[in-house]
Design a protein around this ligand. Structure first.
Ligand code: URP
Ligand code: ZN
Ligand code: ZN
Length: 496
């Protein structure tokens, strides 16, 4: 086999184990793994003293999303450049129908946003926002190559909210088609009531942005997760809880998975590294996202859930707003555009706080950022692992070299960062997408518009599903991994 490129001498993390050696690439695919691969005629990329890890899949992003009276500031150009710098080689966005639009229209609109701009590969979850109109369109979307759908339990004012009838009916269809429903779980009516009780000039003056966490106690998320897990259990339709932020949520998922309920949970980097003390800052309103970051005990429980297995995926929920956009709040927390930048810092945060912090092994990190997301979202074996035959999507990261987070030097359109001034290791020195170098020496060099849409297959017509492109079981148990034997990259005490 003639190899075009060899990534030489790195510490290569694969689902079968970690080894020091080479990754051989032919065309767009990984073609060989081993020691001292024959490099005649091949271009060589030196990865010695670096980790070579699978490209990250950020399966929860919102690029150029009309939301909260404005449009999120990262589009497919800046968002995917930011991702590439952070080792992300695939994104999954949410195609949300505009008023009166069909599911097909929503997919078409999102295709237009991505085409000609995306640096990396992409696809979309299709959002069902008006059950009566959309329910008969789901099958057509599956046939078109979309196997994951999304419903929101809140956001009535955006026209996105789904009720229990829609959730139950969609989960029945997911069971029938072998597809999966993603749910934003917060309890709309209780949340509305708590917001209404606090929405007075006096309280807004007194508490400012702190009203955001004050009106969203943990039970707002927990009750909604519990309820939709009940519909999942009743229907057998696969369910994926997006951006889980509470310890209570992790407890519910763990118990449901132990009963064999086909539910999977994702958390986001912000819920692992921030807590709600940020709302006490002068610029606390900048940190408003939905759901909001919670308490330190929730942070700890989510890390524990990643380790135990009830939390399967780390994503970002990237939904970037500039300082100017965030200023729309004018002292009323209900008007803050909700969302944070995230694509550029997902891998550095997870690596620094997770791996260097002693909470996850490098292999576990790759499971949560790459292998599990690819499997769960129906993109495996093409994406998510360093394996022969997979797309040559790789990130090469130095084990300890840090970069200081500074929006001025970043690819995102955000003019601020929740992690401003943080020293993070794990930025990608070299990112390869389908064998092509798109980040070189920490700088984006890839051509915009080279990213491809990724169609997916379902088990449609097969009630038991041939895995529907998504995980059949709730718990995404990692395969055996072999730890690095000689601890070549000891964990600096400061990072623990
Ligand atoms: O704050 C967030 N998360 N904005 C995006 C919309 C959502 O709920 O995911
Ligand atoms: Zn959401
Ligand atoms: Zn989201």
């Amino acid at each position: 086999m003639k190899l075009d490129t060899i990534v030489r001498g790195g510490t290569v993390v694969t689902p079968g184990g970690t080894f020091v050696g080479d990754v051989g690439i032919a065309g767009e695919k990984i073609a060989a793994l081993g020691a001292a691969l024959d490099s005649s005629g091949a271009k060589t990329i030196d990865a010695s003293d670096h980790y070579v890890i699978p490209g990250v899949l950020d399966v929860h992003v919102h690029l150029e999303l009309p939301f909260c009276g404005t449009v999120s500031a990262d589009d497919y150009r800046t968002g995917t450049r930011a991702g590439a710098r952070g080792g992300v080689t695939t994104v999954i966005d949410f195609a949300i129908p505009y008023a009166g639009d069909s599911l097909d229209d929503a997919a078409d609109n999102w295709m237009k946003k991505a085409e000609g701009k995306s640096l990396i590969d992409y696809t979309f979850h299709i959002c069902i926002t008006r059950w009566n109109e959309h329910k008969d369109q789901i099958e057509g979307m599956v046939k078109r190559g979309f196997t994951t759908f999304k419903e929101f339990m809140i956001y009535e004012s955006e026209g996105w909210q789904s009720d229990d009838r829609a959730l139950y009916g969609t989960l029945e269809k997911m069971r029938e088609y072998g597809t999966m429903l993603l749910v934003h779980a917060e309890s709309a009516r209780v949340l509305d009531e708590l917001i209404a009780r606090h929405h007075t000039p006096e309280l807004m003056k007194q508490y400012g942005a702190r009203l955001h966490p004050m009106t969203r106690p943990n039970f707002v998320e927990a009750e909604a997760i519990q309820r939709v897990v009940q519909w999942c259990e009743a229907t057998g339709g696969k369910l994926y809880i997006v951006h889980m932020s509470t310890g209570e949520g992790a407890d519910i998922i763990r118990a449901a998975q132990a009963r064999g309920v086909p539910v999977i949970a994702e958390t986001c980097a912000q819920y692992l590294v921030l807590d709600d003390s940020v709302f006490g800052r002068d610029d606390g309103h900048l940190y408003a996202c939905c759901p909001q970051v919670k308490k330190p005990k929730d942070v700890e429980r989510l890390w524990e859930g990643l380790k135990h297995g009830e939390v399967s995926v780390i994503s970002t929920d990237t939904c970037t707003f500039s300082r100017e956009q965030k200023a729309m709040w004018e002292g009323d927390w209900t008007k803050i555009p909700m969302g944070l930048p995230g694509l550029e810092t997902l891998l550095p945060l997870t690596y620094t706080r997770g791996v260097l912090g002693g909470r996850l092994s490098i292999e576990e990190m790759c499971m949560k950022l790459s292998t599990n997301p690819a499997r769960i979202m129906g993109l495996s074996p093409r994406k998510g692992s360093i394996a022969i035959g997979a797309d040559a999507d790789l990130a090469i990261i130095h084990p300890t070299r840090t970069h200081t987070v500074d929006p001025k030097t970043m690819e995102t359109n955000a003019d601020w960062s929740p992690y401003n001034g943080w020293d993070l290791a794990g930025f990608s020195r070299t990112t390869l997408s389908r064998g092509e170098i798109i980040v070189d020496d920490y700088r984006v060099v890839g051509r915009e518009g080279r990213g491809k849409w990724l169609p997916r297959e379902s088990g449609i017509g097969n009630r038991e599903s041939k895995d529907g492109g998504t995980m059949a079981a709730g718990r995404t148990k990692p395969p055996e991994v072999v730890p690095i034997p000689d601890s070549r990259f000891p964990i600096p005490a400061a990072a623990r």
